[in-house]
Ligand binder design. Structure first.
Ligand code: LLP
Length: 421
């Protein structure tokens, strides 16, 4: 359930009409609902009730500080993958002890930043990284708490570009080598092993792959404990999928996911961490765009809108589907037709949808791309010198611009022309 519904014939976010926000901020823009973000966070938090746990929002999904503050104030931790994310989370008021640092390529500077600023744990992904972290921590005279990310070689049955837990993927250490790597870690002076980390991919629509991975982690916990390691925390990653289309295929509910965690690892007495991103933010955001032109081709009718692939890359990059809805509710019995929905960027890949059935639209009409809250704004670029678009957050009957639209000058003035030119 989300909070983007028609009220009195108009698409609203909570109780604010989308058209009112569009008139204020201009199009295109991203729009998020606080109630949906909080609701989704709470579903996970409730799903793990009774077990010691922390839901660490994977802020790569949507990292505006207003969103981080909203979730942080509700008790969420953060999963960060760069110094930039770490700084954003801290700037939004999230305490270091609720931040976990993931990612295959942490730099020395990032390690120093987190060790001096406060960190819950590093999820270490390789032996060289582990050794560098130990050196950096020793130099700072601190001990870095770590889990080691294992690659369980489980097929997440998702899009190849977002699968992370198979042996051909770059992530984690092979689970078959875990005992040796943990032994090496235990001998390093600057780090302290506290647990195991796993993450097998994103947009998982079935529970089975999670089940297989969690079983392997449970087995490994016992083995590592028998080797003398103290394993007190399991970070089980993120990845729960969301419905992108109105169809009968419904991804599992967080409550089912929580029950699976309890079943597979509950007996180990470990503190549980999870890192959901998409499930929290995906259906809590839409991209609002305006129809610029309708162009009748020989075979297709093109709906040319002011949003483009640089604003929302998912259709071009993953062939992803986003439902598109008009902001004015179609009247009962309205006529529908098929449009290719495209943006102004100069490549054919700038296509959001082909032959999509929509009510008859006209230039000036507003449309919304649904499920755009996760991996939308954060993956945007200025391709074609199109400035990054604003983000707006709704809370009940109020809304606030949480990132303003830069002017063209703001954008172009970042370049420097050397004096010798
Ligand atoms: N933890 C780790 C270590 C991750 O790599 C990811 C996502 C997450 C948590 C959060 O996964 P989620 O709950 O959001 O599925 N840009 C792609 C998705 C990339 C996901 C990468 N890792 C997309 O638009 O579909």
């Amino acid at each position: 359930m989300d909070h983007f519904t028609y009220k009195s014939g108009e698409l609203c976010s909570e109780t604010v009409p989308v058209s009112k926000i569009a008139a204020y901020v201009g199009t295109p823009f991203y729009l998020y609902s606080s109630a949906t973000l909080l609701r989704h966070f709470k579903l996970f938090d409730d799903a793990l009730e009774g077990m010691e746990h922390l839901v660490c929002y994977a802020m790569k999904a949507a990292s505006n500080q207003a969103i981080l503050k909203l979730l942080g104030d509700a008790g969420a931790g953060m999963d960060v993958v760069s110094g930039g994310e770490y700084k954003r989370a801290r700037a939004a008021g999230v305490p270091g002890e609720r931040i976990v640092f993931s990612g295959v390529g942490k730099t020395r500077a990032e390690m120093e930043m987190a060790l001096t600023g406060g960190i819950r744990q590093f999820n270490v992904e390789s032996e060289p990284e582990m050794k560098l972290l130990s050196t950096v921590a020793t130099a700072l005279d601190v001990i870095a708490p770590i889990t080691i990310r294992v690659n369980p070689d489980v097929d997440a049955k998702t899009h190849a570009k977002i699968s992370t837990g198979k042996k051909e993927d770059k992530f984690g250490i092979p689970i078959s080598q875990a005992r040796e790597v943990y032994a090496t870690a235990a001998a390093l002076p600057g780090i302290k092993i506290i647990g195991i980390d796993v993450h097998i991919g994103s947009q998982l629509t079935q529970l089975d792959p999670f089940g297989h991975a969690f079983e392997k982690v449970a087995e490994l916990t016992e083995v590592l404990r028998s080797d003398g390691h103290e394993i007190t925390r399991l970070d089980l990653g993120g990845g729960l999928g969301i419905p992108y289309e109105n169809s009968n295929v419904r991804p599992p509910h967080p409550a089912e996911y929580g029950a699976l965690i309890r079943e597979k690892v509950g007996h180990l007495g470990c503190e549980i961490e999870i890192e959901p991103g998409r499930f929290i933010a995906g259906n809590a955001g839409i991209l609002v765009s305006k129809v610029l032109y309708i162009k009748k081709g020989e075979e297709r009718e093109f709906l040319i809108v002011d949003g483009a692939m640089n604003d929302l890359i998912r259709p071009a990059m993953y062939g992803a589907h986003h439902d598109i809805v008009p902001v004015v509710e179609p009247a009962a019995g309205a006529e529908y037709q098929k449009y290719d929905v495209v943006g102004p960027v100069c490549e054919s890949g700038d296509t959001f949808a082909k032959r999509r059935s929509l009510p008859n639209l006209q230039a000036g009409d507003l449309i919304a791309f649904r499920s755009a809250g996760a991996y939308g704004a954060v993956m945007a670029s200025e391709y074609n010198s199109r400035p990054l678009i604003p983000e707006v957050l709704v809370h009940g009957d109020q809304f606030a611009v949480i990132r303003a639209r830069p002017s063209l000058e703001d954008m172009i003035n970042r370049d420097t022309i050397p004096e010798w030119l």
